[in-house]
Design a protein. Structure first.
Length: 435
């Protein structure tokens, strides 16, 4: 029987998920591909032996042993981070190996270099597991939605942040307590600030935008705000407004430019994304031909992510067997048709906002604040103030009608410069029902 041989760099959570999947699904994959897909070699620096069931797999400490092993067809990088992951992928490509990675941080910064190197060496790059954990989101976008102009991408793309917000909402817990819990459950990044400050979500949005629009979107193109300043009071107000707070990745394609933003958002309960809870992810694409498509599933974890990596391995294996390498271009668009994006400035956006202003409870403060809103042409829909004994200073919550982001930024700057406002104002965008 034909064989496809895999070399794996990094035997951590996802690496063991892949190894286990290839072992458990061996016969099924043979029936589906007509070949044996074998994990031949693992490079891991931990010094730990591989579990007993992988006794036939060669273990090395040096990734070079994998690139130079002539039997290996596909090199899977699952160590994460920038270096040495970048060098390993480029070296593997130079040695003519197809590569698979789940490394969203790397692809959102060095993707252009890696994809161009792969084209130059006529090898494939699989990266399904970089976005949405076990959800086949990249394949759906590249293949299932190929006949669409993608008009928007809106999604919950970080399991840890969604888990935290869900627990804060449903169990009235504070941010810090839930973060610890999420770390113990094993889906937080090595540096959990990536999860809670929206950076991990921005990595993933940059990757999806690159495929959706045929433009190399870089992490720096994505405006990013996280959820670390969200307090239980914000969650309570969201409930009163008939919303749930979610960390959303949002991109709309306009005539000449594209939006690229990640921020906490009040999502109306009637919206599908308001009902995605726990560590689950969901990504909604709007295509001009198909309309709205929502993909939902486990966004993190050993076996879901292992399933996505295995899917890339099988896809590439099938292409090797059928002599059709790069039948589907890595980024869906042919390399010569991929350009650079023009990003919509955040100041050009508008929408309804929630503001939580921390102020001293003194005569005239509310009228000063409302005067600043009026000066910046922001129309107030409603105002709430929590009583003095609960908050000292008090929290003044304002919900606005549709306002421009530029005006909102200037308004907050002016409010935060007041002596009577000792803490920074928190703003949360409110999603429109039809977004
Ligand atoms: N830390 C990520 C998350 C893992 O929580 O979603 C999957 O990319």
């Amino acid at each position: 029987m034909k064989q496809i041989q895999v070399g794996l760099i990094g035997f951590g959570t996802v690496g063991s998920g892949l190894a286990q999947t290839l072992l458990e699904q061996k016969e099924r994959l043979q029936k589906k591909t007509g070949a044996e897909i074998i994990l031949t070699q693992v490079a891991d620096t931990s010094g730990r032996p591989l579990p007993e069931q992988f006794s036939e797999v060669i273990l090395t400490r040096k990734a070079t042993d994998i690139f130079t092993n002539p039997d290996i067809d596909i090199v899977v990088e699952l160590i994460g981070g920038m270096e040495p992951a970048r060098t390993f992928l480029l070296e593997a490509i130079k040695h003519g190996k197809h590569v698979v990675t789940a490394n969203k941080a790397l692809l959102s910064v060095h993707g252009k270099e890696i994809f161009e190197a792969a084209v130059a060496h006529n090898v494939e790059v699989g990266f399904e597991a970089s976005v949405g954990g076990g959800i086949p989101v990249i394949k759906s976008l590249k293949e299932g939605l190929v006949a669409n102009r993608i008009e928007s991408i809106i999604g919950i793309m970080n399991g840890t942040a969604n888990y935290i917000l869900t627990k804060m909402t449903d169990e009235q817990l504070a941010f810090d307590d839930v973060l610890k819990d999420a770390q113990e459950k094993g889906f937080a990044e090595a540096d959990p600030t990536y999860d809670v400050e929206g950076i991990d979500t921005a990595h993933k949005l940059a990757i999806l935008m690159t495929i959706a629009y045929g433009k190399h979107v870089h992490l720096d193109d994505v405006s990013t705000e996280g959820i670390s300043s969200i307090k239980p009071i914000d969650i309570e107000f969201a409930k009163e407004f008939g919303c749930r707070i979610k960390l959303l990745a949002i991109s709309h394609q306009h005539e000449d430019n594209v939006e690229a933003r990640v921020h906490p958002t009040m999502v109306p309960n009637s919206h599908m994304l308001a009902n995605i809870n726990g560590a689950y992810n969901a990504i909604q694409f709007k295509g001009d031909t198909v309309g709205n498509v929502l993909l939902y599933g486990p966004g993190a974890g050993m076996m879901p992510t292992g399933s996505a990596v295995a899917a890339d391995v099988v896809d590439i294996g099938r292409n090797i067997l059928c002599n059709s390498v790069n039948r589907v271009p890595a980024l869906s668009y042919l390399p010569e048709n991929i350009g650079l994006p023009s990003i919509t400035p955040m100041s050009d956006l508008s929408g309804p906002y929630y503001f939580r202003i921390t102020a001293l409870d003194k005569p005239g403060v509310l009228s000063t604040i409302s005067g600043i809103f009026s000066k910046h042409n922001i129309s107030i829909q409603s105002v709430f103030q929590k009583s003095r004994h609960e908050f000292d200073p008090v929290a003044i919550v304002i919900r606005s009608h549709i306002a421009s982001e530029e005006a909102v930024q200037r308004c907050i700057e002016e409010i935060d410069s007041l002596d009577v406002c000792p803490e920074k104002t928190v703003k949360i965008r409110i999603l429109l029902d039809d977004e």
